[in-house]
Structures are given as C-alpha cells and as structure tokens.
Write a protein that binds this ligand. Structure first.
Ligand SMILES: Nc1ncnc2c1ncn2[C@@H]1O[C@H](COP(=O)(O)OP(=O)(O)OP(=O)(O)O)[C@@H](O)[C@H]1O
Ligand SMILES: [Mg+2]
Length: 247
C-alpha cells in the first residue's frame, strides 16, 4: 500500500481538483483506492457526492481502527472509497496534540488499512502544522501543485526549508506545475524557472482550464465530464508519471 498526499502550504493551487482526478484514474486502473479528505472545507467530499454525518468524523483518525472503518464510505465508482471530512476536521491538530506520539497518528491509522487498499490519496489543507507533520510522516510521496507565480515559489521554498530543518526526506517531495496558462509570458517564464530552481518537478503540467472549474457543477472527475479535453489528457499523463514513481 502506498500513500500519496496532495499537499501544499499554499491555498487554492489545485490540490483538491488533482486529488479527485488522480483518485478516479487510480481506481480505474484497478487499484483499490481510498481518498482521505483531511480538509474541513470538505471539497473532495462534495465532489464525490458523499454526505458525511455531521459530527465526530474526525475522530476516526485519532482512535483505533474500528472508528475509521465506520467513517469510510463507498463512492459511485468501482474500487474507490472515501473517508469524508466535515467541519470537525478543523480540530484535528488539537486532537492529535493531546495524543501520544502526535506526529505519527495518521501513519498508524493508515498502516492498519494495508490489507484493504493499494493506494491512499490524501487531500490536505494548506497549512504547515501538526496535521501536516502527520502527513509528511505518513506519505510515500508528497505531490505539490505549483502555480506559476512569484508567491508560489516563495511558499514552496518555505516548505523545502521546513523539511530540511526537521529532517524530513525531501526526496519524497515531487511538484508539478498547476493552472498554467501558456498564453501568458509570465507563466511560461516562471514555469521554466521553477523547474530549474526545485528538484523533483514532474514533466506534466496541468493547464488552466474551464473544464476543471466546472467540476463544481458536474461533481465528477474531468475524465467523465470532459474526456476529450486537454485537462483530462493532462491528468491522465500526470497519473502515469506518478504511477511510475510511486507504485
Ligand atoms: N487546472 C485548473 N484550471 C482552472 N481552474 C482550476 C484548476 N485547478 C483548480 N481550479 C479551480 O481553482 C480553485 C481552487 O482549486 P482547488 O480547490 O483544487 O485548490 P486547493 O489547493 O485544494 O485549495 P484549498 O487550499 O482551498 O484547499 C477551484 O475553484 C478550482 O475549480
Ligand atoms: Mg482543497
């Protein structure tokens, strides 16, 4: 079993959109896949049309295995389950901080799911905090969407610095360019410079696309709502690249 985390310490960069699309593609290839929505905004949960019970969902992540079993839901798709998020997830940090070994709680919970799943994909909230450290310890690969802006470069530097300072393995951090508009000179320039400045930037980039924006309306991966689109093609290519590195 592998754990893939869509993580960035910057908000609104495409973590959730990528989680939904890659999870669908992974499940389609036959991998038993669990998407774990760790963000109290619960956007991934919304995209998969799952309605969580409105309390105590977060508890499954801080307690013994049975608790998480009760929270996991099926989705409309074969091989794809979801651990939904709700508003209680905003307290996960606090809940972990009160437990023993507070940076390894997620790792422990996911280890217990070894027999059921081939892949766990985490949609993460945009903070560097105790939950993030749980994610860094649990993930085999951290996949970071980088949007071609100056601020995005700054935020990614902060993450790499944090990783080095705390002794996390930077080699498990991969990034990809997200929301790229090739018509903009600045996007083209920054795309190239981000590739040279950071290690582990994948070849695939996800274009800025209204088909991705419309996922909120369709509540489906673009593979289903816009199969022929450049966005769907880009996500297929991204999944191929991630698959080769991770599985
Ligand atoms: N490739 C894309 N092209 C156009 N719009 C996109 C693309 N990817 C994501 N978006 C849109 O940008 C917004 C933010 O995307 P998303 O929710 O995936 O980001 P996020 O990193 O998960 O944000 P947050 O940090 O708030 O969880 C959404 O409205 C989404 O529809
Ligand atoms: Mg999100």
């Amino acid at each position: 079993m592998k754990v893939l985390a869509l993580y960035s310490n910057k908000g609104g960069v495409g973590k959730t959109a990528t989680t939904v699309n890659l999870a669908y593609l992974a499940a389609q290839t036959g991998l038993q896949t669990l998407v774990c929505d760790l963000d109290a905004q619960s956007s991934t949960t919304f995209y998969f049309r799952v309605k969580p019970k409105l309390k105590k969902e977060a508890r499954g992540l801080a307690k013994k295995k049975r608790a998480i079993d009760n929270s996991i839901k099926g989705t409309d798709y074969d091989n794809l389950d979801l651990l939904p998020a709700d508003f209680s997830h905003r307290n996960l940090d606090l809940v972990f901080s009160r437990l023993k070994n507070p940076t390894h709680r997620l790792h422990k919970v996911f280890n217990q799911l070894q027999d059921e799943y081939d892949l766990i994909i985490l949609d993460c909230p945009p903070y560097i905090n105790l939950l993030a450290e749980n994610i860094f310890n649990a993930a085999d690969m951290l996949l970071v969407p980088l949007i071609p802006t100056v601020l995005s470069e700054r935020t990614h530097k902060q993450l790499i610095t944090f990783f080095s300072k705390k002794g996390y393995d930077t080699a498990k951090t991969n990034a990809f360019l997200s929301m790229v508009d090739r018509r903009k000179t600045l996007h083209r320039t920054l795309t190239e410079s981000l590739r040279t400045k950071f290690d582990g930037v994948l070849d695939t980039f996800i274009p800025y696309s209204s088909d991705v924006e419309k996922m909120g309306l369709h509540r489906e991966p673009v593979e289903l709502s816009a199969t022929q689109s450049t966005a769907a093609k880009a996500y297929r290519q991204l999944w191929d690249e991630v698959y080769l590195k991770l599985i």
